[in-house]
Design a protein around this ligand. Structure first.
Ligand SMILES: [Zn+2]
Ligand SMILES: [Zn+2]
Length: 289
């Protein structure tokens, strides 16, 4: 069983590089950003997570959630070293990148990382996205020193900013990547954009998740919705809850909320998942884990 993790909901986000490592959810919406009062509590920002340590800040994905994170980082006199690790390059996971302010700051050091086995040339994809005609400025002329660095090819492991990092392929169109961050006896698995219900490599993924303090998993669909959305690359709360129970994780956090899912509907999914795995919550923008 993983360590006990306290989740402070909706605490105002501050980048804390001084004390304990801080894991924060900045965006949990799938497919596209949404707004409106029915989405207030869980938020409309798309996928972004961060783990801040004394040595730097690791960011997973650049959905619209990364924009507010960048603004917070810019309030600090010295920017920490920043690494953004991409799970994949679907629009909802990269669309915030042009508005990540640290990219514009001279002297900032930002590393962009992704799976070296991806079929597309992902650095070129990002250079195309952040350049005319899609954006008025060209990423190649931004102020920060920006490095494109594939993840190491061997062992699927590395260490940076004091964090042990492992990764694992996920079933998803164009393939997605799960990350596991371990630091000071806590571990966080981020497994967004994953058709877990149809993952035939389930045993290996189960091992990857085993004993994690926190499992953040794709629960875009209800089981009823999934029956008509097979092959679209997303999972259900039911599969996530079963995985959490079998893999013996400390807490399950459901993410990649469907763009139409209201706060009350998310609450209902959580209650259903809790019948299988009681320590289930739903991801929300601003959540400290
Ligand atoms: Zn997505
Ligand atoms: Zn995707």
């Amino acid at each position: 069983m993983g360590a006990v993790v306290t989740i402070v909901s909706n605490a105002p986000f501050k980048v804390n590089m001084e004390n304990e490592p801080t894991f924060t959810i900045h965006g949990a919406r799938g497919t596209t950003a949404v707004s409106g009062r029915t989405f207030n509590r869980y938020g409309g920002e798309t996928t972004c997570f961060s783990l801040a340590t004394r040595q730097g800040i690791l960011i997973v994905d650049a959905g619209t959630g990364i924009i507010a994170l960048g603004d917070q980082l810019m309030c600090q006199s010295d920017l920490p070293p920043i690494t953004i690790m991409f799970t994949h390059f679907h629009m909802d996971h990269v669309i915030g990148l042009p508005l990540f302010k640290p990219l514009y700051r001279r002297g900032a050091s930002i590393t962009l990382m992704a799976d070296p086995h991806r079929k597309e040339n992902w650095p070129d994809c990002l250079r195309t996205l952040v350049a005319p005609p899609f954006w008025p400025l060209d990423l190649r002329h931004f102020g920060a020193a920006i490095r494109f660095q594939p993840l190491p090819r061997r062992n699927r492991r590395m260490r940076t900013y004091g964090v042990e990092i492992a990764w694992h392929p996920l079933r998803h169109p164009q393939q997605c990547q799960a990350y596991r961050f371990s630091i000071q006896k806590r571990s966080f698995v981020i497994a967004t954009d994953h058709e877990l219900d149809a993952d035939v490599a389930g045993e290996a993924f189960m091992d990857f998740c085993r004993g994690a303090s926190v499992l953040i998993a794709d629960a875009q669909y209800t089981p009823a919705e999934y029956s008509t959305q097979r092959g679209w690359g997303h999972g259900t709360w039911a599969a996530c809850a079963r995985l959490a129970a079998t893999a013996g994780v400390g807490k399950l956090i459901l993410t990649h909320h469907d763009r139409r899912r209201t706060d009350m509907q998310v609450d209902r999914l959580v209650r259903q998942a809790q019948r299988i795995f009681p320590a289930t919550r739903a991801a929300r923008a601003g959540m400290l884990v």
